[in-house]
Every structure is written in C-alpha cells, then in structure tokens.
Design a protein around this ligand. Structure first.
Ligand SMILES: Cc1cc2nc3c(=O)[nH]c(=O)nc-3n(C[C@H](O)[C@H](O)[C@H](O)COP(=O)(O)OP(=O)(O)OC[C@H]3O[C@@H](n4cnc5c(N)ncnc54)[C@H](O)[C@@H]3O)c2cc1C
Length: 455
C-alpha cells in the first residue's frame, strides 16, 4: 500500500487504528499532543478504568491483542446495587456467567496498543506534537511541537482525526459550508475517587461487579482495579437549582461534603476515609454529547471515535463504539483498497446512524442507573425481560444484551429496545409481582410487534 496515512491522536482509537493500517501495509505517522505515557507518568486524563465489552473485544481480537488484554481485565458479571442502608443486591447483566463486561485500565490498554503499533516498523508515533488545524484542499496538517515551540506541517494522502471530543480537525470542518454540529453538555459533572485495597491487598467489596449507589438524581459507581482498589465516579448536578444539597455548587466545605457522603454512601465512605480530601483535590469532569456530519472531507480526511461522536459514559460504550468504527473502516479498506472517497462515504453512512443511536441510548441509561435500578417496578421488569428472553431468544433480546454482548447495529438495539420497553410497561401496568404476569398477553404483544432478530 503506497498511501501515507496521518493519524492525529494516539489515544485509544488512534493507536488501534494505526495497528489496523500497518497490518495492511500502509505507512502510518501518528501525532500525539501528550508525552509518551509509557515513559512519563501522566494520567489518561479521564476515567482511570473503563468497561470493555463485545464490540471492543472484537476489534482487539482482529488485531491480535485480546489475549493480552484479557489478562489485565476483570470480569464484571452484573451490577451490585447499594441501598441507603448499605444493603446490596446483585442484578446480572447477561443470561449467565458467559456474558460479562470487563474492567480494564485505560492507560494500560492504551500503552499496549501503542506497543503493538510500534512493533510494526510502518508505524511511527510522534509525541508532544499538537495538531492546530488542517487544510483539506491539499491534505496538510499544522502542528506545534510542545517541547521546543516550533511549528511544522505534514502533507499526506489521507488524514484521520482521532483527537477526541475537542478535535481541532473537526473545528476546521466547522468552517465548511453545510457542516452540521451540535454539542450538548449535561447539567452533571463527575469526580473520580478511589476506594483503596484492604491492608492485605484484598478487595473490600465484591470484585466481579460494577457497583452502583443509585440515589435518584445522583449516583456513585465503582469499577475494580487489578491492585484490589476501586475507581469510583460520583455523578452530581452542577447547580443548586437542579440538585439542591446534592450539587457540586452546594458542596463547597469539608463539613458539607462529609455530611453528604455519610448520609448517602455510608458503606462506601467507611472504605474511603479520605473521601472529603479526594473530593476537593480531584478535578471535576464534564459530560458532553457531540454530534456532527459529515465526518469526512472527500477522500482526504475523516473523523473517528470521540472526534466524530463523543457520548456520555452511562452505557460504557464510547471506546467500544470508537473501536467498532475501526472495524468498519478496516473492512471498507479491504473492500475498496485506496479508493478513499468511496471508503469514507460508505464509512460515514454506515456509522453515523449508529453513533446517534448509542448517544441516545447512553443518555437514557443515566436515568436507569442513577434512579430506576433501585425501584421495585424496574426490578420486576428486569425479571420479566429475562424470562421473555428465555422464551423468545431470537425475538425478545434485552436492550443491554443487544448493546453490550452483540454486534448488531446500535440503531437496531435502540429501535427494538423501545418496542420492548413498551411491552414491559404494558405487562407491569397493573401487576406488582412476577407470579401474576399475563404470559399470553406477552406472547401476543411480542408476536404482533417483533420480527426475529437477525444476527
Ligand atoms: C468518565 C468517563 C467514563 C468512560 N467510561 C467508558 C467505558 O466504561 N467504556 C467505554 O467504552 N467508554 C467509556 N468512556 C468513553 C471513552 O473514554 C471514549 O469514548 C474514548 O476514550 C474515545 O477514544 P478516542 O481515541 O476517540 O478519544 P480519546 O481517548 O479522547 O483520545 C484522543 C487522543 O488525541 C489526543 N489529542 C487531542 N487533541 C490533540 C491535538 N490537537 N493534537 C494531537 N493529539 C491530540 C489526546 O491527547 C488523546 O491521546 C468514558 C468516558 C468518560 C469521560
């Protein structure tokens, strides 16, 4: 392959994409604004660990990295719900222990992807080089060297921007006629906190679960790390007008924060004696959904991953969706070789509806996680859903399963999920226990609205 490819951003998507291209024989130069995280101790910037699921795993298998990542992943078989009184209840994610999501360190995953990329001498990662913009007419990108302050340009046949939610390449596209763009900030921010390992390095809560403290308008979650600790994320409204005493604006003194933690997360606070210090010393992250179109300019440039479709993290799919972009793009290169115009046209037409769908699903899931999971009607619906999945395994597949354990288009999961939600609403309208569910009605509703799911 003679084309020279430039990738902007050596984050999760950019590093993976460079591997895909190098394995096809392309020469790839990756420009990353940060220093090499394998040499300097920098944090990944956001979310210390991530949930990796089937879509992402498929990509890692394609490039031959999954076996290694599996070794540093912790299976999470379901949600562990923590009540106000500290009681726990486990809600399984899949049908059995074969279906689970995986907690994995963002930094370790990124480092392993970079290592794999550089094992191929066709890939060169240039660290400390910040992209400032791009000229789409001649395929030239402009960079700033963060160490010596110099500027330089790079001309290439194809440029792919995997430079995340604040993508400067996308900023450049904003200047083009008929470029659609929207950004939507949640009224919620997040803080990461750590529950340390026990004295002997042991896990102080169930290891193989994603822990949730759902509190209606706010929540705390925790994912396990390999060293016995948990990374917690506290999602809270920014403003008093929305969250009252449970808002970042209100929680401005150690006393208020201590009271807030003791009142709402007693069991977690007992394991995190420095919760107040962490709350004040750790930065607050914001949550954004970005939608735009087109993603590509002719056969010259394309957006991929968060640069094209940043989403809120409540379905644990942002990285998985970015990895799935890579799978599709790679498949199209196999099909059309170096006909980049055709490749990019088809890539964006295939991926855009699915990126929009997972953006909507992720927003919906915030309400489910922070509030609904604690309600008896929701728990009944989950039980009925599991039963219907057993009875109609090809027709009634839980939304979570379609998104997380399958690789069907996200848009199909969104569409079928909505139909199924309606069925579950109808079945639980006047019913409060599983024994009284009208299974004949369930069968009619399913057979009337549902076709077989083609996988
Ligand atoms: C709190 C939180 C939790 C999350 N949890 C999950 C989860 O459980 N599962 C999941 O699948 N997803 C999750 N996500 C989403 C996931 O983090 C993103 O979707 C994923 O990181 C996207 O990868 P990316 O490579 O497109 O962008 P990024 O990971 O943001 O990488 C972009 C890269 O580009 C570099 N860069 C930026 N600007 C420039 C520039 N001007 N020049 C050169 N380089 C540049 C950056 O330094 C970075 O290395 C979460 C996100 C958040 C915020």
């Amino acid at each position: 392959m003679e084309n020279k490819i430039t990738i902007i951003g050596a984050g999760l998507a950019g590093s993976l994409l460079s591997v895909y291209f190098a394995q096809k024989g392309f020469e790839v130069n990756v420009y990353e604004r940060r220093p090499d995280m394998r040499k300097s101790n920098i944090s990944g910037g956001k979310s210390i660990n991530l949930a990796l699921s089937n879509r992402g795993i498929h990509a890692l298998k394609e490039v031959g990295l999954y076996d290694e990542i599996k070794k540093i992943s912790i299976p999470m078989y379901g949600r562990m719900i923590h009540s106000l009184k500290g009681k726990t209840m486990f809600q399984r994610y899949g049908k059995d222990d074969t279906e689970y999501i995986n907690a994995v360190s963002r930094a370790e995953l990124n480092k392993k992807l970079m290592d794999l990329a550089e094992q191929n001498d066709k890939v060169k990662i240039h660290f400390d080089n910040r992209c400032l913009g791009m000229d789409f007419n001649n395929g030239t990108s402009l960079f700033h060297n963060e160490n010596d302050g110099s500027g330089f340009t790079v001309k290439s046949d194809v440029t792919i921007a995997t430079d995340g939610a604040t993508s400067p390449v996308r900023m450049e596209m904003l200047k083009m006629p008929r470029f659609n763009f929207s950004q939507d900030y949640e009224n919620y921010g997040y803080k990461e906190l750590t529950i340390p390992a026990g004295a002997d390095g042991s896990y102080q809560m169930e290891k193989n679960a994603l822990h949730i403290w759902p509190r209606g308008s706010f929540m705390l979650i925790a994912l396990p790390n390999l060293d016995g600790s948990y990374t917690c994320t506290l999602f809270l409204a920014y403003d008093i007008s929305l969250g009252g005493e449970n808002s970042l604006e209100y929680l401005d003194t150690p006393y208020k924060v201590k009271t807030f933690f003791n009142k709402n997360f007693g069991d977690a606070t007992a394991l995190m004696p420095d919760a107040v210090e962490q709350f004040f010393s750790n930065p607050t992250g914001s949550l954004i959904t970005i939608k735009c179109f087109p993603w590509c300019v002719g056969g010259k440039a394309a957006l991929l991953g968060d640069s094209a479709h940043a989403i809120v993290p409540f379905f644990g799919q942002g990285m998985n969706a970015a990895f799935e972009d890579c799978i599709f793009l790679s498949g199209l290169v196999d099909k059309y070789k170096t006909d980049w115009k055709r490749i990019f046209d088809e890539y964006q037409m295939l991926r855009k509806p699915n990126a929009d769908a997972i953006a909507d699903l992720a927003k919906e899931n915030f309400i489910e996680m922070r509030d609904l999971v604690a309600h008896p009607r929701f728990q009944l619906k989950k039980k009925i859903e599991a039963e219907l999945y057993k009875l109609y395994p090809h027709k009634f597949v839980p939304k979570y399963t379609m998104v997380t354990f399958m690789r069907i288009p996200y848009s199909v999961a969104l569409y079928r999920g909505k139909l199924q939600d309606k069925i579950l609403d109808e079945l639980t309208e006047h019913v409060t226990d599983f024994e009284n569910v009208d299974w004949k009605k369930a069968s009619d509703l399913i057979n009337n609205t549902h076709t077989e799911l083609k996988v």
